[in-house]
Design a protein around this ligand. Structure first.
Ligand SMILES: [Zn+2]
Ligand SMILES: [Zn+2]
Length: 174
């Protein structure tokens, strides 16, 4: 505040207006400008912390805003990274999750998450039934299918067929 009043006095000595009102008005205007400048510096610091990881770069942004009042902040707004760090992180996680789903999500044993191939009838690790062998052509079929898409054989009593296949596999593994 002492700095402000000093400044106001200097201005006043060169100004045409000597009235205390004019002095008061200019002092208030300068105080507002300085308060605005400091607020912008603080805002730059807060905003930079949410967008930049490097503490050096945050320091540069705040210093620019401090050394060049208003203009420095404007430069920062133009040059700052467009996204918040948390948004970048969230998007990366989302992409990674989707990639993982594409790579192995569909072809994993639903019980033990072991990677399995499309043609597997049972999980090689936990023996869970994954597919049913067609009674006609022995191709692996989804248990919910009603007809074999390979040989058009009606899948009647597929459960029984599945049991048989699993039973054989059990003996094999035993
Ligand atoms: Zn399994
Ligand atoms: Zn078939």
């Amino acid at each position: 505040m002492r700095f402000l009043i000093l400044q106001a006095d200097v201005t006043e000595s060169t100004s045409f207006f000597d009235s205390p009102w004019w002095k008061f008005t200019t002092t208030m205007a300068k105080a507002m400008l300085v308060a605005m400048w400091l607020a912008l510096v603080f805002w730059t610091y807060k905003d930079a912390k949410r967008r930049i990881t490097d503490p050096m770069m945050i320091g540069v942004a705040v210093a620019t805003s401090l050394i060049f009042p208003y203009i420095g902040t404007l430069f920062y707004v133009i040059l700052r990274p467009p996204e918040y760090l948390e948004d970048v992180l969230e998007r990366d996680l989302e992409i990674r999750a989707r990639e993982q789903e594409l790579v192995g999500g569909a072809n994993r044993c639903p019980a033990c998450r072991t990677p399995v191939r499309d043609e597997f009838l049972v999980c090689p690790k936990c023996r869970r039934e994954l597919k049913v062998a067609c009674t006609n052509c022995s191709k692996p079929l989804d248990p919910s299918w009603k007809v074999c898409p390979y040989c058009a054989n009606e899948v009647t009593g597929s459960k029984k067929a599945a049991k048989r296949v699993v039973g054989e596999e059990d003996e094999l593994f035993a």
